[in-house]
Design a protein around this ligand. Structure first.
Ligand code: FES
Ligand SMILES: [Fe+2]
Length: 256
């Protein structure tokens, strides 16, 4: 059983540029594509005619043309063309899914469309704040039960040994006490590492001078959920990013 009325990450934004991108989420085949106005659409990846995946077809303007017999669908899943037929059968349609683009990610809502509120996507502290820098990595496919990953992410005590070249590698981190915050929709494990050089992952970069004094928060989420927006670090609400001189690392696993 899947939680359907929540947002799931479907792809990086740059993965859906000018091609049909097939993916599989909650056991369903989905095709993503970007319209000419830049908006990303998600459709069921199966033509209602003979079930060829639409991802094997082609983008035609703001529509997707099936690669088998040419049925064409717009971003809402409505069939706009049936070659050789004057009337379009009402059953000639595919399901469409709400998409939200946020934090460089494409989020998909697989449940009731009327409840797809982008504000339910959790807030990333300081996102878009020029005083803060952003590190973007790649995604990792893990061939295991998701609960193992949840266990790992709530266990930052391994960071000093496993992640020495990234966000570990700071002696002071070994001794910094861990704190756990339990909220209505999740659990956050966090700690402050005070008066220590930042770990390599948080080190200053040449194009983001402010990051020399403030690091970003590492947040891992296995379930999308509601979260209030914050304008300052959640662990030191009074400390604005520009004045923060601490390294804050936290791992959040939300539950719903
Ligand atoms: S299978 Fe798509 S048009 Fe026939
Ligand atoms: Fe790890």
């Amino acid at each position: 059983m899947f939680l359907r009325n929540c947002w799931y990450v479907a792809a990086w934004d740059h993965e859906v540029a000018d091609r049909l991108m097939p993916t599989r989420i909650l056991g369903e085949d989905i095709v993503l594509f970007r319209r000419t106005d830049g908006v990303v659409a998600a459709l069921e990846d199966a033509c209602p005619h003979r079930k060829l995946p639409l991802s094997m077809g082609r983008i035609k303007g703001d529509t997707v043309e099936c690669g088998y017999h040419g049925l064409t669908f717009d971003s809402t899943g409505t069939c706009t063309r049936v070659p050789g037929a004057e009337k379009i059968p009402h059953v000639a349609c595919v399901r469409s899914y709400p998409i939200a683009e946020r934090y460089g990610l494409l989020w998909i809502w697989m449940g009731e469309a009327a409840k797809a509120d982008p504000d339910l996507i959790f807030a990333v502290d300081h996102w878009g704040d020029p005083a803060w820098g952003v590190n973007r990595g790649e995604s990792m496919a893990l061939d295991c039960n998701y609960l193992y990953m949840t266990d790992n992410l709530l266990d930052p005590s391994h960071v000093s040994w496993v992640h020495q070249s990234s966000f570990g590698g700071v002696q002071a981190m070994e001794d910094a006490p861990l704190e756990t915050t339990v909220g209505v929709d999740g659990v956050t494990v966090w700690r402050w590492v005070v008066d220590a050089a930042p770990a390599p992952f948080y080190a200053p970069s040449s194009n983001s001078p402010a990051i020399a004094t403030a690091s970003s928060t590492t947040r891992c989420v296995t379930r999308p959920t509601r979260s209030s927006r914050r304008s300052s670090c959640r662990h030191a609400p009074a400390a604005k990013a520009s004045r923060c001189t601490r390294t804050c690392s936290s791992w959040t696993v939300t539950i719903s």
